[in-house]
Design a protein around this ligand. Structure first.
Ligand code: NAP
Length: 507
């Protein structure tokens, strides 16, 4: 390998599924010159920090796990948060990653130095290192979105976001307002409702909810998977293709989703007797436009006497309550913000600056977040974004997408190594062509045409989060690093980056 003067060859930010998956592959390829920066004291990413009651995955665990590390004894079809987190811990130990992880180390600023061709990384506590390659595993659903509700700062009671659950705060017997009815709320409301004196659920838009086929995995199945790994592999493949079939509806034929609406309506009717409540809970947009949620206990929880679904909107907060748009004040002891994440603004300004000191938020100012194959950007050499723009899914496992991206990065490293290339930098024309095609495809999807507002879209209404094709198409697109679409930089004799392109030799 052509050596640079970097302190470390590869720095990975984050130790969730993305960072851990990347680290495992680096070690498996004999690449030991890497570290993982993790802002928390433990690994797990989203599965470490989200600990709200009822937190679980809504993608089947046998698929929502690494292909290279099957777990035969998943306890349930859709495993709870703690089990997923301990699975990631297990991966860290099994693959010997712990010594590579710098805990309590948050990326404060990453800056690409044009002179040296290196990333300069600051942790905000005086820690600093340079890296040749920067891999972001920071995810898109990690920055809590806290709406600017009038008066919220004057509320004297307890306030926390679902992602920052305060387990020291006893909810028993309290009056609580939950704001939001997305995936997090649907999981936590049924868990907390029985212990509360009252729960006011502030719903802006009702989600479509389908039954969740969640059950304990029988011991004999776990035993079968342990003794006969091929059987688990087969099950995983069946799950994959079952879910992949659903992508047809999202991407090719949204009319199929309309056909499923009567089933979803029956799900409401079966569980909610009160016609007024039923009307409140019935969406008026096409199923799938927002994430389809899975739950068996959400509607029953809303039918409880101590739960009140409020649809008149929040006007403002007072010192001890919430006033809705109809002018009614409801007193509460605590407010739980289940208001989601800043998915379309994954990074604040000042964290990532590329060539010429251009901030990534400036690079995205006129287009919204975009990347080539969700992974690379022009002007940001040797930066790889895992779970980057337009890699999200409405129908299958993100782990599949992450493993695809990791393969792409690994092939990039191998090609750079083989060709004595110090840095690769995406050609702008590739970025533009890729995203023009992607946005054309997105225009026909239910996410754009289904008549809803969702976190998939940025402020301008552009979908910057979802992958609008089949996931196997993403796997094909990322199976090899197409170096011909990149400018390749060599190190100059002085050890500095040449700056100009070394003609990329086509693979
Ligand atoms: P979310 O789906 O974005 O839901 C946020 C909720 O807050 C929505 O109901 C939204 O209403 C409401 N809201 C936001 N701002 C508001 C405002 N100013 N006033 C009133 N209501 C407001 O967030 P989430 O539930 O945290 O889920 C986000 C994503 O995380 C999910 O879609 C999923 O991808 C992931 N997640 C996954 C799981 C899992 O099981 N794997 C669990 C939790 C989360 P509107 O609908 O009107 O915008």
């Amino acid at each position: 390998m052509q050596r640079s003067a970097a302190d470390i060859d590869v720095v990975i930010i984050g130790s969730g599924f993305a960072g851990i998956g990347m680290a495992v592959k680096l070690r498996q390829m004999g690449h030991e010159d890497f570290v993982v920066w993790e802002r928390e004291a433990e690994v797990g990413g989203t599965w470490l920090v989200n600990t709200y009651p009822g937190c679980a995955c809504d993608v089947q665990s046998h698929l929502y796990s690494f292909s290279f590390e099957p777990k035969p004894d998943w306890s349930r079809t859709f495993s709870p948060q703690a089990e997923i987190r301990s699975y990631l811990d297990h991966c860290v130990d099994k693959y010997g990653l712990r010594e590579h992880i710098r805990f309590n180390t948050e990326l404060a600023r990453a800056h690409y130095n044009d002179e040296t061709g290196l990333w300069e990384l600051h942790d905000g506590k005086g820690g600093f290192c340079t890296a040749r390659v920067l891999v972001s595993g920071m995810g898109t659903l990690s920055r809590a979105s806290i709406p600017d509700f009038p008066g919220l700062d004057q509320f004297d009671g307890k306030v926390f976001h679902s992602q920052q659950w305060d387990h020291d705060y006893a909810l028993q017997g309290k009056r609580v307002a939950v704001i939001g009815t997305g995936a997090s709320a649907v999981q936590l409301v049924p868990e907390i409702a029985p212990q509360l004196a009252g729960l006011d659920l502030y719903q802006r838009t009702p989600p479509w909810i389908m039954p969740k086929w969640d059950h304990p995995v029988p011991k004999w199945i776990q035993g079968l998977f342990r003794r006969l790994p091929a059987s688990q592999n087969l099950y995983r493949k069946l799950l994959y293709w079952f879910l992949e079939f659903r992508a047809t509806a999202f991407t090719l034929a949204p009319w199929i989703l309309k056909l499923l609406q009567p089933q979803a309506r029956r799900n409401i009717k079966r569980q909610v007797e009160d016609p007024v409540l039923r009307a409140k809970l019935t969406p008026d947009y096409v199923l799938g436009c927002k994430r389809i949620l899975l739950s068996n206990n959400y509607y029953p929880a809303l039918c409880r006497d101590n739960v009140n679904v409020i649809t008149s909107g929040i006007a403002r907060f007072t010192a001890d309550g919430v006033i809705d748009q109809a002018g009614i004040e409801r007193k509460v002891d605590a407010v739980i913000l289940a208001t989601g994440f800043a998915a379309t603004e994954p990074l604040p300004p000042g964290v990532l600056t590329g060539r010429g000191g251009v901030d990534i938020t400036t690079a995205w100012a006129s287009t919204g977040p975009q990347a080539y194959k969700g992974t690379t950007l022009s002007g940001f050499p040797n930066l790889f974004l895992l779970a980057g723009p337009n890699t999200g899914l409405g129908h299958s496992s993100m782990v599949f997408m992450l493993e695809s991206q990791i393969q792409y990065v690994m092939d990039a490293l191998a090609k750079m190594d083989a060709r004595q290339v110090h840095a690769v930098e995406l050609q702008p024309v590739a970025l533009e062509a890729f995203n023009a095609r992607l946005q054309r495809k997105l225009a026909g999807t239910v996410w754009m045409k289904g008549g809803c507002q969702s976190w998939y879209l940025d402020r301008s209404g552009k979908n910057v989060t979802l992958w609008p094709y089949f996931t196997w198409q993403f796997r094909l697109a990322t199976r090899r690093f197409d170096i011909e679409n990149y400018a390749c930089h060599a190190l100059g004799a002085s050890g500095n980056e040449d700056g100009l392109e070394l003609k990329a030799r086509a693979a």
